[in-house]
Design a protein around this ligand. Structure first.
Ligand code: SF4
Length: 385
């Protein structure tokens, strides 16, 4: 019996492009294009799932883009096509990302009927001026309404996203956003720092906003505020009430297998990482010839797998248990522990009962710490897998 797999569908359509966004998504679409995309996703599943194979799947995630723009009926058809080709476990977590402006009663009803049991919604801020400044097309009142509809007509397993470091945002208004979002009683909250990605309108405009020090203070203050409200931090950017961690995202962090379908979708399967072309038109024309364009395909060496595991696990508050690491990889954690020891002395990491993790202060500089720790790893190294 295969270990259950995670399945991701990338839905690259949005009502309009936000000023900071460099995700693979377009606001230039019509129904014909969406229907062609749905057909391509189903064809791609046919290429992977062997008829009658019934591969077990225990998490499904529709992200984007804005899957709610794709529409409830297409999402239901996609999930039904998946169910015919794979075996969804009884307790499978099925998440759909929505945005407030495209989430209504009818959508939530259809999603519930299709088996969706988790909704992730991009709210980003409770301040309408800040939302406008980043090109969001909803206001906070609309987000509140959508959260209530989600609870009434689909599920109360709701995750909400926030961004800190926005133009016009100070510490007070950031914590107000955190409080306002907690008042909507989500089970899960993700908080991301605003990053200006090259090529986006916001990158070119370079508006005044929080500097690195203020962003760091905002991050630490939000961890405290969410802890007071009962949200446990379990990854650098993710917080959940007990029992509501994202099971799908945990697959990314513990090197479990997942398959991604659609343009720009990434997969880790059979020891290989690969992704499909991050361009909707190229993806569609590739799929017309039944030849999806694979952008990257790497077989992870043993050394790479160890390195990736260390890198991803140190982003989580569970961190790395030395004995479990030894059992999984057949080697000692000691060289990594030696590199972590100075960070423990400076309060950036801790080791409790043989389990290493970064502290909130360490998460702030996680790239530097993880880069340093990975020096103990030889990507060319062979060994047990
Ligand atoms: S809704 Fe999300 S994916 Fe779409 S443009 Fe905005 S940030 Fe990007």
């Amino acid at each position: 019996m295969n270990r259950p797999l995670g399945v991701y569908f990338h839905i690259p359509f949005c009502r309009s492009k936000c000023a900071y966004c460099d995700f693979c998504s377009t606001a230039q679409w019509d129904d014909g294009m969406m229907d062609a995309y749905l057909a391509a996703l189903i064809r791609q599943m046919d290429d992977f799932f062997i008829p009658g194979g019934k591969y077990p799947v225990d998490t499904v995630y529709l992200g984007g883009g804005t899957p709610s723009v794709f529409g409830g009926k297409r999402i239901a058809r996609l999930l039904s096509a998946l169910e015919k080709r794979a075996s969804l476990t009884r307790s499978a977590e099925i998440t759909v990302e929505v945005n407030p402006e495209s989430a209504d009663k009818a959508l939530f009803r259809v999603l519930k009927k299709a088996g969706v049991n988790r909704i992730s919604m991009g709210v980003q801020s409770s301040d309408d001026g800040q939302l406008r400044a980043i090109g969001r097309i909803h206001d906070f009142a609309r987000a509140k309404e959508a959260a209530a509809l989600c609870r009434d007509y689909c599920t109360d397993n709701l995750s909400l996203d926030l961004i800190y470091g926005l133009p016009g945002q100070d510490m007070e208004s950031w914590l107000k956003s955190v409080d306002d979002i907690c008042a909507l009683e989500p089970k899960h909250i993700s908080c991301y720092a605003l990053k200006l990605e090259e090529g986006t309108p916001m990158y070119r405009a370079d508006p005044p906003r929080a500097d690195d020090d203020l962003q760091a203070d905002m991050y630490l203050a939000c961890i405290d505020r969410l802890a007071q409200r009962g949200y446990e931090q379990y990854e650098i950017s993710n917080f959940a009430l007990p029992g509501y961690r994202s099971r799908h995202n945990q697959k990314y962090w513990d090197l479990s297998e997942y398959l991604g379908f659609g343009c720009a979708a990434h997969s880790f399967y059979n020891g290989k990482r690969f992704s499909f072309v991050a361009d909707l038109k190229e993806y569609l024309s590739g799929m017309e010839g039944k030849n999806p364009i694979v952008e990257e395909s790497d077989e992870l060496s043993y050394g790479n797998r160890v390195g990736e595991f260390v890198m991803l696990a140190l982003r989580t508050t569970d961190g790395i248990d030395e004995s479990a690491f030894h059992r999984r990889f057949g080697r000692d954690f000691e060289p990594f522990a030696k590199r972590l020891a100075p960070y423990a002395a400076s309060g950036h990491a801790v080791c409790e009962g043989g389990r290493w993790r970064l502290t909130p202060k360490g998460f702030l500089v996680s790239n530097v710490i993880i880069g340093d720790v990975l020096e103990a790893c030889d990507p060319q190294e062979g060994g047990m897998g």
